[in-house]
Ligand binder design. Structure first.
Ligand code: ZN
Length: 469
């Protein structure tokens, strides 16, 4: 292994080993990256050497911080970079997709997990723990399982349910504790420099897959900013080693309801952070904020997109290119559309968009986004169990929106029995949770505000399915 050291991207301090548990600079809180002896490496590696090795991110072993014999692998990396033939017709002429959904757990973070779990193995840790219950935890859980290591995930708030189940499937342990109070094993947070090192191999692969050329633009989603720092570092190293002769420009996309990096570039402070569909990138205080701003001010742009724009990009990717992306990943495509509209990107630019995670990780968003399509609606309708009262409520709401009290009166007429307001509201709550009815508005009756309910598109489909039976 080549000599390496740790270096803060903000204050420039050097450290011989990882300087803090979370991985940030203890002096200034800045992003810390691992640096190698590039003078030595220049003569030791070359394009031909990489090409002669197997198709894996570990073919760049000299540029990774652990010896390859410690690597923990389940087939991460070396994902395809392919021309987006159909999307190129409607967006930019030269659009390429780096499809990271094909990693073992469906996320680009498998690259980071492969390196960091390998590092924990080398250090003879028998367990690892993390407090980021999203894609990183899922990757760590899988790679810890592969290495025969215990993995603990600290959970303090409600996160995406599907991701929690994915984490549990790999045998990780969930704990309602804080990472700071837990003193067992190696802690892996989103700023861990070994994770960043694994992720940077995306840049190496893009350059090699383009025959050692860099694209004009690389577009990615951003939460903490770790992917941006990793990609910047990867391309920077290739240039430092004379393997490529330029750097791409970077475009990051954030949610318009949570865009602290976008705001920081404009000199503003972020005030709020709300997200219902892309929690992995809804980070109010990004750990790599200063480093990300530095990179983007030098060579990049930042843009924000709404959740509706993300959902429409999910559909576009799936229907034009056959790639089902999770919302955070589809945000990059929504960002590209916006940059084209704003004239930031030229029609002739070569653009690589990194699709970071699979839509299969987030079935609830897929159900919400695609339930308007009748076949799906009708198929799921067959499995929906509805009692007589609920069905009657749906029929009544199909005619016109009603509030709870009105429904109670109508149900009493139809069923000829006493039905209480409490029971009606319980049914309404359950139907709302099933996605069959939704709020149509609020009306003021007799000095009281009453919620009006109406059928959703899914509710209509299900009522239709039941009526046809
Ligand atoms: Zn520093």
């Amino acid at each position: 292994m080549n000599n390496k050291h740790f270096e803060c991207l903000i204050c420039g301090r050097r450290y011989e080993s990882q300087p803090s548990t979370e991985g940030l600079c203890p002096m200034c809180g800045g992003t810390v990256i691992i640096q190698y002896n590039y003078d030595n490496l220049r003569s030791a590696i070359g394009k031909e050497i990489f090409i002669s090795r197997q198709d894996s991110m570990w073919r760049y072993g000299e540029l990774l911080p652990i010896p390859i014999e410690y690597s923990v692998s389940i087939g991460e990396g070396w994902t395809p970079l392919h021309r987006a033939i159909r999307l190129s017709e409607v967006l930019v002429r030269n659009l390429l997709i780096k499809n990271e959904t094909l990693n073992p757990t469906g996320s680009f973070l498998d690259r980071g997990a492969s390196v960091v779990i390998g590092y924990a193995k080398m250090r003879r840790f028998s367990s690892v723990h993390t407090d980021i219950p999203g894609n990183l935890a899922a990757s760590l859980a899988a790679y810890a399982a592969r290495a025969g290591m215990k993995c603990v995930v600290h959970v303090r708030e409600v996160f995406d349910q599907a991701k929690i189940y994915q984490i549990l499937s790999y045998g990780a342990e969930l704990q309602l504790s804080s990472a700071a109070d837990f003193h067992e094993g190696y802690y892996i947070g989103p700023a861990n420099p070994y994770v960043l090192e694994g992720v940077k191999t995306i840049a190496f692969e893009i350059a090699e897959q383009l025959s050692w050329r860099v694209p004009d633009w690389v577009i990615i989603p951003a939460g903490n900013g770790g992917l941006l720092i990793s990609l910047w570092k990867g391309f920077w190293e290739l240039r430092e080693l004379n393997l490529v002769n330029s750097m791409p420009k970077f475009a990051i996309t954030q949610l318009s309801s949570c865009n602290p990096i976008v705001k920081a570039i404009g000199g503003e402070k972020s005030s709020r952070c709300i997200s219902t569909i892309a929690k992995d990138i809804a980070i109010p205080k990004p750990l790599h904020l200063r480093a990300a701003v530095k990179v983007l001010k030098d060579r990049g742009v930042a843009t924000s997109v709404t959740e509706e724009e993300i959902i429409s990009s999910m559909k576009l990717l799936a229907r034009y290119e056959g790639i089902l992306a999770e919302p955070a990943a589809a945000a990059a495509l929504a960002g590209l559309k916006k940059l084209i509209e704003n004239g930031v990107m030229d029609q002739g630019d070569e653009v690589v968009i990194v699709i970071t995670g699979s839509g299969l990780k987030d079935p609830s968003t897929i159900v919400k986004s695609f339930s308007e399509y009748s076949i799906t609606g009708l198929l799921s309708a067959k499995n929906t169990r509805l009692g007589k009262t609920k069905l009657l409520i749906l029929k009544l709401l199909a005619n016109s929106p009603h509030h709870g009290y009105e429904l109670m009166k109508l149900l009493q007429i139809e069923l000829g029995s006493k039905i209480t307001t409490t029971t009606v509201y319980q049914h309404l709550k359950e139907l709302e949770n099933m996605g069959l009815i939704e709020l149509a508005g609020v009306s003021r009756i007799g000095g009281k505000y009453r919620k009006l309910y109406k059928l959703t598109r899914r509710g209509e489909l299900i009522l239709k399915a039941f009526s046809e039976e």
